[in-house]
Ligand binder design. Structure first.
Ligand SMILES: C[S@@+](CC[C@H](N)C(=O)[O-])C[C@H]1O[C@@H](n2cnc3c(N)ncnc32)[C@H](O)[C@@H]1O
Length: 258
């Protein structure tokens, strides 16, 4: 009766923009990029939360994402900046070449959606970044890095991520449930559940089995090295503190040297 995928994707894009309004990652990335205009590629740019302010700062930006409902929100946020975006599956589609900066921000290494082995997909994102960059260009990587991921999976209750009404009057709730974490493979499996009460009063429920691989820092270092990068900056938060049990994050700025 309904196209569940569309209703939920539309609701999801609205909730993303309502809830994810932080900017400190953008400020750090802009500081690292410097003031000379750069050719920047954002992988998984979504609705432009990061892409648009980077364009407004004077850079020539391109974003790739496969979610058309997220991409559709970008034109409402821009005037005449140098900004392009394309619908693309970043695992399988071409990224282009000759960029000065490629960003894997906003925790994308944990938000990859694909049918590929998760660890392999993470490594591929580093290699494809190298391929898209000119020699001397930089990669910006920003992801959640809990030193004890198993502690995240103690809570047996559903974890409600977003709840609210979208621009079409559809009310929804997204929760994560049935979390299981395997310490050996560092893979977390869980269900993303959407409970919707639509504007016409009908209800819709969708459960999407999902997984994430908790990559360790040494792996990232190895993949960067193999792809020809040398790390110039590494920190555990947007204020530049070192990575620690308190920071729960990794931010890397690395240069392609070959
Ligand atoms: C958490 S959002 C981040 C959006 C944006 N980078 C930001 O900073 O707000 C993650 C994005 O990754 C995209 N994504 C996940 N897997 C993808 C894939 N295989 N190809 C293209 N986009 C993907 C989703 O569509 C979503 O827009």
């Amino acid at each position: 009766m309904y196209n569940e995928k569309d209703i939920i994707a539309q609701w999801n894009a609205d909730m993303y923009d309502l809830n994810e309004t932080y900017t400190d990652d953008v400020e750090l990335a802009l500081m690292l990029m410097g003031t000379t205009p750069k050719k920047v590629l954002e992988i998984a740019c979504g609705s432009g939360r990061f892409l648009v302010p980077v364009a407004k700062a004077g850079h020539d930006v391109t974003g790739l994402d496969f979610d058309e409902y997220m991409l559709k929100r970008i034109p409402h946020k821009i005037t005449n900046e140098k900004i392009k975006w394309h619908k693309a599956d970043v695992i399988y589609d071409d990224w282009g070449t000759g960029f000065d900066v490629v960003t894997l921000g906003a925790n994308f290494l944990f938000n990859i959606v694909s049918d590929m082995n998760y660890e392999q997909a993470q490594k591929l994102m580093i290699q494809k970044s190298a391929d898209a960059l000119a020699v001397g260009g930089h990669i910006f990587v920003d992801y959640v890095y809990p030193q004890y991921p198993e502690k995240w999976f103690h809570n047996p209750n559903p974890n409600i991520i977003w709840e609210g009404t979208d621009s079409h009057g559809n009310f929804g709730k997204m929760s994560l449930l049935d979390n299981v974490y395997d310490t050996k493979s560092r893979i977390a499996r869980y269900i993303r559940r959407f409970d919707m009460i639509l504007a016409d009063g009908n209800t819709l429920v969708q459960e999407i089995p999902s997984e994430k691989h908790f990559v360790v820092l040494e792996q990232i270092h190895k993949w960067l090295d193999e792809a020809g990068f040398v790390i110039e900056q590494e920190c555990g938060d947007y204020q530049g503190h070192p990575i620690s049990e308190m920071t729960n994050r990794v931010i890397i700025w690395a240069r392609k040297i070959r």
